[in-house]
Ligand binder design. Structure first.
Ligand SMILES: Cc1cc2nc3c(=O)[nH]c(=O)nc-3n(C[C@H](O)[C@H](O)[C@H](O)COP(=O)(O)OP(=O)(O)OC[C@H]3O[C@@H](n4cnc5c(N)ncnc54)[C@H](O)[C@@H]3O)c2cc1C
Length: 297
């Protein structure tokens, strides 16, 4: 079976390429411009970067490449632009896209969260090409060896083009939760924004990044939106996840339940988060967190 990989970021490209191994003996990656790091693939299809072109402008080129090479599986990074391109590629190839999978078996059965994360649906492509979007950590831990052959695939002029008028840098959170080994997730158990100082202090002591539940980012706006964890936010699998004042609603836990070790701090002994936890501390976080900082220092 031939597997193709399409990603916007180099990091996702490397992870998907390495993680593609169990799904096919031939793993090939599509790169816009040049990326020598993609040498973990058996073949790198390099599409020449076009001046002023947007990512979507390469859709016709990628479609032509897929048509020529006929892979059975296309693994795609789940960014907005990749989703847009994947949808158009699927329409051109007469197939559908399996989005935001949390698991993909070697025989192509994907697991997908439905009803806001309350249920899991299993799905499988019924066409010769399966287009599948998987987030960080889902395909981790696979072999990274590839032949790294390179071939240039010529750019195909898009039929409907949007012209770029200008580009400006957007200030984003510098936190990289997806690759953090330790993450503290803070929830509504925190009463005031200032109290995040205590959480950051704990994070510094245990060398961790700080993420949150959705209400902390969306409702309170105490932390950036790109740091909330769960079905509509980040799907993480760190070595250690510390849930502080988080109730453990399924919409949150699907984003952290692949963590190796989960520690939960909650004053309610019946909180659902304890069902996910390897270690649980029942207590007031305003007493537990300072005590932990004191001990761990
Ligand atoms: C379609 C949909 C998508 C959603 N997507 C997401 C998502 O991606 N991510 C997400 O997080 N949520 C998501 N939600 C929201 C989700 O359902 C929950 O409402 C949310 O996760 C709850 O956040 P929380 O645990 O911080 O708050 P709460 O549920 O209010 O829990 C606060 C917890 O803090 C504890 N607590 C309070 N005070 C203290 C104290 N002093 N010491 C210790 N513990 C204390 C309480 O016992 C409680 O368990 C989604 C909801 C819907 C409907």
């Amino acid at each position: 079976m031939k597997v193709f990989v399409l990603a916007e970021s180099r990091k996702a490209r490397l992870e998907l390429t390495a993680g593609a191994r169990p799904y096919g003996e031939q793993v090939e990656v599509i790169v816009i411009g040049n990326d020598k790091d993609s040498a973990v693939a058996d073949k790198i299809w390099s599409i020449p970067a076009q001046e002023g072109a947007m990512f979507e402008d390469y859709t016709e080129t990628v479609a032509a490449l897929l048509h020529q090479e006929q892979p059975q599986l296309l693994l795609v990074e789940p960014t907005k632009r990749c989703k847009l391109m994947a949808g158009r590629l699927a329409a051109m190839a007469g197939t559908s896209v399996m989005t935001d999978l949390i698991d993909l078996t070697e025989d192509g059965v994907g697991k997908h969260l439905v009803y806001g994360g309350a249920a899991i649906r299993k799905e499988k492509a019924a066409t010769s090409l399966a287009i599948v979007m998987v987030g960080p950590g889902v395909l981790s831990g696979a072999d990274e060896g590839g032949k790294g052959e390179q071939e240039v695939f010529p750019f195909v002029q898009p039929s409907h083009r949007i012209q770029v008028v200008s580009r400006a840098k957007k200030e984003k959170s510098s936190v990289d939760l997806a690759s953090a080994k330790r993450v503290i997730g803070v929830g509504r158990g925190i009463a005031k924004e200032e109290d995040l100082g205590m959480i950051r202090e704990l994070a510094a002591v245990i060398h961790s990044e700080v993420g949150c539940s959705r209400p902390i980012a969306e409702a309170e706006k105490w932390l950036p939106k790109e740091t909330y964890i769960g079905v509509s936010g980040l799907m993480l699998a760190p070595e250690v996840y510390v849930a502080v004042g988080i109730s453990g609603q399924v919409q949150h836990t699907v984003g952290m339940n692949r963590s190796k070790v989960v520690i939960a701090i909650n004053k309610d002994k019946n909180a659902a988060i304890f069902a996910q936890a390897d270690y649980g501390i029942v207590g007031d976080l305003y007493k537990v967190v300072p005590a932990l900082i004191e001990q761990l220092k």
